[in-house]
Design a binder for this molecule. Sequence first.
Ligand code: BDR
Ligand code: CA
Length: 311
Amino acid sequence: MRVFIDCDPGIDDALALAYLTAQPEVELVGVGTVFGNNAVDTTTDNALRLLELYGAPEVPVARGAGRPLVQEPSLAESVHGANGLGDVVLPAPKGSPVEESAAELLVRLARANPGEIDLLAVGPLTNIALALGLEPELPRLLRRVVVMGGAVQEPGNVTPWAEANTSNDPEAAERVFAAGFDLTLVALDVTMKAVMPGSWLDALRGAAGERAQRTADFLDFYFGWYSSVFGVRQSAMHDPLAAGILVDPELVTRSVERPIRVELKGEYTRGLTIADLRPFSKPGDEDRPCVTLVQDADATTFLERMADALR
Ligand code: BDR
Ligand code: CA
């Protein structure tokens, strides 16, 4: 399978890159970067460093949007460290970003390979919204899209209602959810339940090699943040779980088909992701395409595969 990832590395974005670069069936055709966990220059530099760490320096990296479509950007240094990678300094990259923007690279690859590319979007959806502006047929040109974002039946994480990726660019998310992609949404609903226990990180520490050890270094920082959230030593695994579901859709154990809307006006609820999940509502009720909202996933199998990917 041919995969384009749009990301804001970011510690859990790093894990998604580690996961994808380790799968023999995945050909990573491009990496787009976006502001989010840090400024776009930093997330771009991190993507280049991470591809070198994970043995895929040949994959083109395209710098994307430095700000949301409408609002001002906000970053997540407390969760991901001042450099976006838990203050772990990887060797300076040998490569540099390509000339095209992330949206331009995605559109060019999709046009050249219609129906063949899967998109994994694990940052604010700004680049994907910009790509839709360049190529309104993008939903037909991509095979499948998996998005990490939103919080439908769970609380948010940057506000009581809104998850970081949708909150960082609600207008972009709204455009993407309305566009008619074959889209699977991996929201906080599942990523806050399918957690990485501290014992998993301890086992990773026991594995040999730079790939495992540097990743464990980022995760030490991330576990520090999430252990304070959960009250026990464990971490959420947002972006890598979305990567796992892109590669192995059978990891999804429960899901529902519904349209997703993003609140753009609410005084307290801007960025909230909404689905009509009333027991009597049906997938075709609304004048908007459905997406697949993941409600549960096989976290045990995913964690085994994630560990394999880092060995
Ligand atoms: C999402 O926000 C970012 O901080 C993470 O990388 C992930 O994509 C989780 O809400
Ligand atoms: Ca991310």
